[in-house]
Design a protein around this ligand. Sequence first.
Ligand SMILES: [Zn+2]
Ligand SMILES: [Zn+2]
Length: 391
Amino acid sequence: MTNSDWAEKDFYKALGVSKDASAADIKKAYRKLARANHPDSHPGDKTAEDRFKAVAEAYDVVGDPEKRKQYDEMRSMFAGGFGPFQGGRTTTGGQPFDVDDFLRSQGGGSFGDIFGTMFGGGGARTRRATRRGADLESEATVGFTEALDGVTVSLRLSSDAPCPQCNGTGARAGTVPKVCPQCEGAGMVAASMGGAFTMNETCPTCRGRGLVVEDPCPACHGSGRGVSNRTISARIPAGVKDGQRIRLRGKGAPGENGGPNGDLYVTVHVSAHRLFGRKGDNLSLTVPISFDEAALGAEIKVPTLNGAPVTLKMPAGTPNGRTFRIRGRGAPRSGKRSTGHSSDARGDLLVTVEVQVPAVLSEDARAAVEAYQAATAGSDLRANLFAGGRG
Ligand SMILES: [Zn+2]
Ligand SMILES: [Zn+2]
């Protein structure tokens, strides 16, 4: 049982009695309804069970003279256009007041501001302002392939929320803030300015809130503020890059009083791939080749990320470190509509060859390399390093 529920729920209605019913009538109504909806008489009937709980909850409050008094005060404070500030204490009906929303709209606990606004505006009825929810920040780590194809991730988000212990009222669970004895809930008191002049000023006892917390909630020390954690699923778009910050519209903190949700910004970390690197829409791959393949030319089989291997035709005399471009075998192009040509839908695969030198030679291989050496003895690769002196 929390205080905000008190403002939201009509316990008299739950018991089917009028607001000024006598204690005896309330007790009678409770007994009748409790008997009629008792779970023992309705095994497995969820509706009867809920009704029984609602009746018990209502009686727990309005069946207790002290709690009933607090409840009546609470409702007259919060129901129908801020009853007390319109000059009367009676409930006038209308929208039930939601303490949670209200406190949230006040940044979590101060009634003062909005009441101040009300009085500043000449006591006109103040509508609860809609407010856009806050933007939130989060991070996600996705796999290399997931980043290329897009992926849905679960994100745990923390945002400001009313204290769950007291539902944002700041009062210990089971108690309610009391109407301020100095200003009687008005939040303002008349101060003499000397002579015949008086001015309204913010009530020093409740600091304009109109309510005082006698027994502060131990969880939030009376501030009414807390943190809410929730888990949402978010779609990371295809082609996201490592370190990119993406904006998910409407996935931030909920709006207040019908205001739009804030946005969520997610910084995405992309895991490295065992083979492939990525430069924008292009993928890169380093492929080892042998000296003879480089010298004589070769057709080598190259893996691709998303399909069957492709054959790369390497010409004779390919230098170490040359990069070959294989069109349309890169990453899906991000931020561009496909033009219908399949090679435009993806970037390219950039294959860099790396000539490997054998660490160990078999006897035959050694003989062959020595024969090669003998056959090319006339050429000096380093001749031009020493030609022409310094410069
Ligand atoms: Zn006061
Ligand atoms: Zn609290």
